[in-house]
Design a protein around this ligand. Structure first.
Ligand SMILES: C[S@@+](CC[C@H](N)C(=O)[O-])C[C@H]1O[C@@H](n2cnc3c(N)ncnc32)[C@H](O)[C@@H]1O
Length: 251
């Protein structure tokens, strides 16, 4: 795995964890806030159980199965971005060949530690890394990158360019993301803020500008209004939004 890391980049190894964040002041704000919440409330992430539940959840219908099959059919080096607490990538572990490598990434210490101890496969690693900065990988060394709901990363646009740089030619990028309707109030606000995920159309357009080819995807579900009262989006209760799977290839 260390051969994937850029030359001259400093890191420390701790079991299956690779720490790229050495100074706690450098830890991204959202990961710090999440860590404080999890530790102060003594939350047990029950990660092994989450992996088991997600193996069922992620294969519950044809759309989710297509996503899992797409990722599972690519072998080599796989990286999941901002892996978070859901454990949604668990089915990728089941289809991992012993020659493959799966790297999950986050910057929240409690989540990193939970993933580290939930899986003892020797080809599974957890990177403690700030994804708002350049990725630690050498050019053209990854076979596939994946992500589930990455829109609260501060620098999604840079991340897409960094994934492109790190993927081999023909490498894949499979994401699950939520989008607002093109032309809606929420879309206009996000567009003004320069968010690449303002709408499905703007997202695909950005990926294509970077060099990816959009090779397909599905609408998972469509909803109207906020899920919970405190949600920021959509700005208007009458607006619809959808979750989608999207598949891209480095041309
Ligand atoms: C972006 S969402 C991703 C949801 C996740 N894929 C899942 O399925 O649970 C939340 C996660 O992103 C992580 N995160 C947010 N900003 C980050 C950053 N700059 N670098 C690394 N991880 C980050 C948080 O620590 C949190 O675990």
């Amino acid at each position: 795995m260390v051969e994937l890391i850029k030359d001259h980049l400093s890191y420390t190894l701790q079991g299956n964890i690779v720490h790229f964040i050495s100074d706690e002041d450098q830890r991204p704000f959202w990961s710090k806030a999440l860590n404080a919440y999890l530790t102060e409330n003594h939350v047990d992430l029950r990660m092994r159980q989450r992996y088991e539940e997600q193996c069922v959840e992620m294969t519950k219908d044809a759309i989710h199965r297509r996503f899992v099959d797409f990722v599972s059919s690519v072998h080599g080096v796989k990286v999941d971005l901002a892996s978070g607490p859901s454990g949604y990538f668990a089915p990728f572990l089941d289809s991992l060949f012993k020659e493959d490598t799966l790297i999950v990434t986050d910057a929240c210490p409690a989540i990193i530690s939970a993933h580290s101890s939930a899986c003892d496969k020797s080809n599974f690693y957890v990177f403690d890394v700030d994804l708002n900065k350049e990725l630690p990988f050498k050019d053209e060394c990854l076979d596939i990158a994946t992500g589930n709901l990455l829109n609260n990363l501060d620098n999604y646009a840079l991340l897409v360019r960094e994934v492109y740089r790190s993927l081999k030619h023909g490498g894949k990028f499979a994401v699950i993301e939520m989008f607002f309707e093109h032309g809606s109030k929420t879309y206009s606000r996000l567009k003004e803020e320069g968010r690449i995920w303002a709408s499905f159309e703007s997202f695909v357009e950005y990926f294509e500008k970077v060099g990816f080819t959009y090779i397909g995807g599905d609408v998972i579900s469509t909803r109207k209004g906020k899920i919970s009262k405190g949600d920021l989006y959509p700005l208007d209760e009458n607006e619809c939004w959808s979750d989608r799977t999207l598949y891209f290839q480095k041309s």
